[in-house]
Design a protein around this ligand. Structure first.
Ligand SMILES: [Zn+2]
Length: 879
């Protein structure tokens, strides 16, 4: 699964970010069952549950009720007891309303608890005897199944439902063995009104009209074994476009009204599959590959076997250039069809076997498509996202998590990818490929652990990887190397002193790793490999002459945080090396903020061959912080690559000057790319002039694809913190509620509450928020509840108290409680929090006033410097 993309934030890398308030978050804790007790109870280390039965096949016959947002279902589970006679079958099933249970064996009785369905047989079923149970039930699922209907505020012509199983959601809509260490074939029969489409795992087996209900029963069969969490129907008014790779049908579906954008997201699918088949060496394992975009998905994407579900945020138009690309998401989810689906991690502690692979193969595809630098840049950026997290004591494989969702973090994703990258760098492409292929074939349609994986590498390479896995996978963190360099001219010796500075503990080891050192001189280059294994050690290298460049880990093959600051002349040489992209990138970052490097940086920003280097250079120039630096950015704004252009926009915004404001306004109005325009609008918040204000209102009210312009305006309006925006914002929110995508509307609610929080009169904002606390759009509901806390109107206490008294499984309760705390603290004038809040508001106001004064002063100075015939620029208005 891929975490949701937040386009403007770079948390781990461009591609990885925190899940946005997922509809499912924080719901999984402490859900235990006998089958899964060890795995999701907070009190114990987590292990795969025991399997008492071998499940052979699951048939799910479901009828969704789109109006009531409920489902009615019949689950038939065919199985054999494994080794012991089975007298009781316990299945995971949360809040299922079971009507009847029947079986091929005589049943003594059955019970449905909040978390389980338990069937007691009259006589124990002997091992290896095939039996089946049929459970007839209905559910109003809070998770697992998500409706998108007109009653909830979605377009009627786009009505649909989607499902999400990983990690523990499937049990909310059907009974089963809800853990990854059991595989079985499955079929889904879904009964929908005529005109709707049903998509599901495997092969479509046909449809049949039920004359008694008028519904159409569409049947899909997954005839290859897969895991419970990958079972997924999607049903509703969706449209699709098709393609084919070999004999594998490919398709891309969206909610009906959004089909025009499908082609952009779909276009590389075939090419990615061709590449993966070649790179992995195992043919695509499933009957077809469909991708379906759904409204307000809780993650970025989910790799259900042969039916990947994607967020609607990936849809984009041509004019968004590289900023809208679906490539990374499409590649990530498709890689899972092998890594995660064909071979699945045995339990959540080995999640990196799913996510590390999907992340790495996405980077490999980038490298294949754009050249090796793109792969290296991807690895470099992904390392940057977590390498500075200090004293991390969690290993990639760990068992002490409370909730499997905690495992979906940087350890499994980018760090997992780095483990693979190090193995590949060490063994070479060909042997690495052979190992991966063998690993997949050996565990085909089965489950695997980290040991299963490392065993293959040891077997095929003849090498021991015990230490490698011990340090990087079973223990936490990475080497933090502090390196100093000196040259002894008399002895012609280069000296490197290398220390390992990570804090050592039971969780974090002293590492033993190979490090390549490259010396580049007039007469060529020399590579030397050393093994870094001590706490501190000096290394000497005899060389014919003093090197002009010293590079550590030049091929980017080692996961380590290397602190090494060569002298500036060396960095300039490094920056000029056209063949060493990573070297240039490192040099730019070392030169960041140095005035004497500005000319060279400006040249790099406009001429470097690689976009990632240009982007980093923009940041390095911003750090210089002088008027010249701003000029260098403003005159470099015509970047052909939109990713660099956006970075330049963000860096121009780092200067609080008129030049900066004018450049941003121009970009906001004129750039051809709506994403760039939206970014430029978003960073205008610091500038309180009538011109900016008018522009923000214009963008707020404007119509644009997925409301990206309005979204940018909301960011800036929040930063302006000016009560004058409340009325126009309210009016716009009322008008656009039905059209804006949920995340934009949510941002609107947050902004409204924020702006109105220090006003005397809060009624209109409060009423608007209160009217949405029962919204069927989960995220809108929570934003409204949170907004009431921000707003600070005690009249909302009554409403919030109702939500705070809900049972603790309701995530709204948490949000309401937090808001209540904020309100009560604000009411107590002497309370510490209240006073801190007051101080903060005061500081913010003072800061704004200072800015305005500064602005005025600057204008006066400028006006004084001009001739009498010139008109002074307009004064900032006071409000
Ligand atoms: Zn994933």
């Amino acid at each position: 699964m891929k975490l949701n993309l937040i386009l403007h934030a770079a948390f781990w890398s461009a591609a990885f970010v925190l899940p946005v308030a997922a509809e499912s978050e924080s719901l999984h804790c402490a859900r235990g069952s006998a089958l899964f007790a060890a795995a999701d109870s907070p009190d114990y280390r987590k292990y795969a549950p025991s399997r008492e039965i071998d499940i052979l096949h699951l048939t799910l016959d479901v009828t969704p009720d789109f109006k009531a947002r409920t489902i009615s279902g019949k689950a038939v589970l065919r199985f054999k007891p494994i080794a012991r006679p089975l007298d009781e079958l316990k299945l995971d099933g949360v809040a299922l309303r079971v009507r009847t249970v029947t079986a091929t064996e005589k049943i003594l009785g059955w019970q449905a608890t909040d978390k389980q369905v338990i069937v007691t047989f009259d006589k124990p079923i002997p091992p290896d005897r095939e039996a089946s149970v049929t459970i007839d039930y209905s559910a109003e699922p809070k998770q697992g199944v998500y409706f998108r209907t007109p009653e909830m505020g979605y377009k009627p012509e786009d009505t649909h439902l989607w499902t999400q199983g990983e990690p523990l959601e499937a049990r909310h809509w059907f009974p089963g063995f809800d853990a990854p260490n059991e595989k079985f074939t499955s079929e889904i029969i879904c009964r929908v009104p005529e005109g709707m489409t049903v998509l599901a795992n495997g092969r479509r087996m046909g449809e049949e009209k039920d004359t008694s209900t008028g519904l159409v029963a569409v049947r899909w069969l997954q005839d290859k074994p897969h895991v419970n969490y990958l079972i997924a129907p999607v049903a509703g008014y969706v449209k699709g476009i098709e393609d084919r790779h070999r004999d594998v049908p490919l398709a891309f579906y969206t909610p009906a009204s959004q089909i025009a954008e499908a082609k952009n997201s779909f276009k590389e699918t075939r090419e990615i599959m061709e590449f993966f088949e070649k790179e992995i060496g195992v043919p695509f394992p499933w009957a077809k590959y469909y991708q379906v975009v759904v409204d307000d998905f809780t993650w970025g994407g989910m790799e259900n076997t042969s039916l990947t579900v994607l967020t609607d945020r990936t849809l984009h138009r041509d004019e968004s250039e590289q900023l809208g690309s679906s490539r990374g998401l499409v590649a990530h989810e498709m890689a899972h069809q092998w890594f995660g689906d064909f071979v699945t991690c045995k339990d959540w502690s080995h999640l990196w076997l799913n996510e590390g692979f999907a992340t790495y193969y996405d980077h490999l595809y980038e490298g294949h498509k754009e050249g090796r630098d793109e792969l290296l840049y991807g690895m470099y950026q992904s390392a940057k996202g977590f390498i500075n997290v200090p004293n991390d004591t969690n290993a990639i494989v760990r068992r002490d998590f409370n909730n499997p969702e905690e495992q979906f973090g940087f350890h499994a994703y980018p760090k997992g990818a780095w483990v693979l990258h190090m193995l590949r760098s060490e063994l070479g492409d060909e042997l690495f490929r052979r190992c991966v292929k063998t690993y997949l074939e050996r565990h085909a349609f089965g489950v695997a652990t980290t040991d299963d994986f490392s065993k293959v590498f040891e077997e095929l390479s003849g090498r021991s990887f015990d230490q490698f896995f011990d340090q990087y996978v079973y223990h936490a963190h990475h080497p933090e190397m502090g390196v100093t360099y000196s040259w002894d001219e008399r002895a012609k010796l280069a000296k490197l002193s290398i220390a390992q500075n990570q804090r050592l503990s039971d969780d974090v080891l002293l590492f033993s790793v190979p490090l390549t050192v490259r010396f580049q001189g007039k007469s060529g280059r020399v590579d030397r490999q050393v093994r870094v294994k001590e706490k501190a050690e000096d290394f000497y290298f005899p060389l014919p002459e003093a090197p002009e460049v010293v590079r550590l880990d030049p091929e980017l093959a080692l996961l380590a945080r290397i602190s090494f600051a060569p002298p500036t002349p060396m960095l300039f040489k490094q920056l000029a090396d056209k063949k060493d992209m990573i070297g240039r990138l490192v040099a730019v970052e070392q030169l960041s903020g140095k005035k004497e490097a500005l000319e060279k940086l400006k040249e790099t920003l406009n001429n470097d061959a690689y976009w990632g280097v240009r982007s980093a250079t923009s940041r390095a120039i911003r750090a210089v912080g002088t008027e010249d630096a701003l000029q260098a950015l403003v005159t470099s704004v015509k970047q052909p690559d939109a990713r660099v252009r956006r970075q330049v926009v963000l860096d121009i915004a780092g200067f609080y000057r008129e030049t900066s404001r004018d450049a941003l306004l121009k970009l906001a109005r004129d750039d051809k790319n709506p994403e760039i325009r939206s970014t430029a609008i978003g960073v205008l918040g610091a500038h309180h002039t009538p011109e900016v204000r008018d522009e923000l209102l214009k963008f707020l009210r404007s119509d644009s694809y997925r409301a990206s312009m309005a979204d940018g305006a909301l960011t800036a309006i929040r930063a302006q913190d000016d009560a004058g925006f409340i009325a126009p914002l309210l009016e716009t929110l009322r008008e656009k509620e039905a059209n804006w995508p949920t995340p934009v509307f949510v941002r609107g609610l947050e902004t409204l509450a924020w702006l109105a929080r220090s006003e005397e009169k809060k009624e209109s904002a409060r009423e608007f928020l209160v009217a949405r606390v029962n919204s069927a759009k989960n995220r809108v509901q929570r934003a409204a509840l949170a907004g009431l806390g921000t707003l600070g109107d005690p009249k909302a206490i009554g409403v919030l108290e109702q939500f705070a008294s809900l049972p603790k499984e309701n995530p709204e309760r948490d949000v309401a409680e937090k808001s209540l705390v904020a309100l009560r603290d604000a009411k107590k004038p002497g309370a510490e929090l209240g006073s801190i809040r007051g101080d903060l508001l005061k500081l913010q106001r003072e800061n704004q006033e200072l800015r305005k004064e500064f602005d005025d002063l600057k204008k006066k100075l400028e006006a004084a410097g001009k001739t009498a015939t010139e008109k002074p620029t307009a004064k900032a208005t006071k409000r």
